[in-house]
Design a binder for this molecule. Structure first.
Ligand code: IPE
Ligand code: IPE
Ligand code: MG
Length: 247
């Protein structure tokens, strides 16, 4: 089935979030080291960026490195950071010419100066692009993000720029890393794991979850279209009953 042709363009998710998982297992199956899996995972990153543009998705958020991932063997962490730098170097021109606006969500302070600089250049270069908002979650965790928002809100109330009765769900969203963006309607996780691993805890409140056994380096744009197709055929009730949704 050609999923792209069968998508309902009027019911596209505005925002898709992906947990790109299974690079290590993919490499192990091939008798290679974990970094080989991560390198091949970058091809799938290209695929989902291209696929999002072709399908007309406006926001794509990719989980590239969690705060918990800092606990991995230092060689793997180093390899991932180098891969990030080389990917920005090799892909930036094409991302830019395709209208991709890059944004990082996460605790940038923990990244090396080299990574921070590369990222800043890419963000600056692409800041006026409009086709696709691409968020890379880097040194990110949902609880960290929520606690940071609470600290900023507390500070603003303390210094008098925010009154407590103005605090509501919308305002809280604006203190998160994803301020100004719609919440993801669809979360995709590859590799068969069925957990959210501290990802977008506030924003995923009503997202549809899609789990696939495919390992990340095997995930293609066709698989993205299939996930969107399945999302479009679910009934999102938001607490109501089916009859209310149909009428
Ligand atoms: C996802 O693949 C990439 C990152 C978390 C950086 P993994 O590295 O988690 O691969 P598995 O889960 O061990 O197979
Ligand atoms: C989640 O994958 C983080 C990323 C994909 C970057 P992990 O492989 O780190 O998640 P857990 O540890 O299995 O939950
Ligand atoms: Mg994993």
């Amino acid at each position: 089935m050609n999923y792209l042709e069968n998508l309902d363009k009027s019911k596209l998710p505005k925002h898709i979030a992906i947990i790109m998982d299974g690079n290590g297992r993919w490499a192990k199956q091939k008798g290679k080291n974990r970094l080989y899996g991560h390198k091949n995972g970058t091809k799938s990153v290209r695929q989902v960026i291209e696929g999002s543009i072709e399908a007309g998705i406006k926001y794509l958020t990719l989980y590239a490195f969690s705060k918990e991932n800092w606990k991995r063997p230092s060689k793997e962490v180093e390899g991932l950071m180098n891969l990030l730098i080389s990917s920005i170097e090799s892909e930036l021109e094409e991302l830019h010419s395709n209208g991709v606006k890059l944004n990082i969500i996460g605790d940038m302070c923990r990244l090396s100066d080299k990574v921070q600089n590369k990222v800043k250049i890419a963000i600056e270069k692409t800041k006026n692009n409009k086709t696709l908002n691409l968020n890379i979650a880097l040194s990110y965790s949902g609880r960290w993000e929520i606690v940071e928002a609470v600290k900023k809100i507390a500070n603003d109330t303390k210094n008098g720029t925010l009154s407590i009765d103005k605090i509501n769900e919308e305002l809280f969203s604006d203190y998160l890393e994803t301020a100004g963006m719609p919440d993801p309607e669809l979360l995709i996780r590859t590799s068969g794991e069925q957990r959210i691993s501290n990802y977008l805890l506030y924003q995923l409140a009503y997202a549809e979850f899609y789990f696939t056994p495919l390992l990340w380096p095997d995930f293609s744009k066709e698989d993205l279209y299939e996930a969107i197709f399945i999302y479009q055929n679910r009934e999102r009730r938001f607490g109501k009953i089916s009859e209310q949704i149909k009428n």
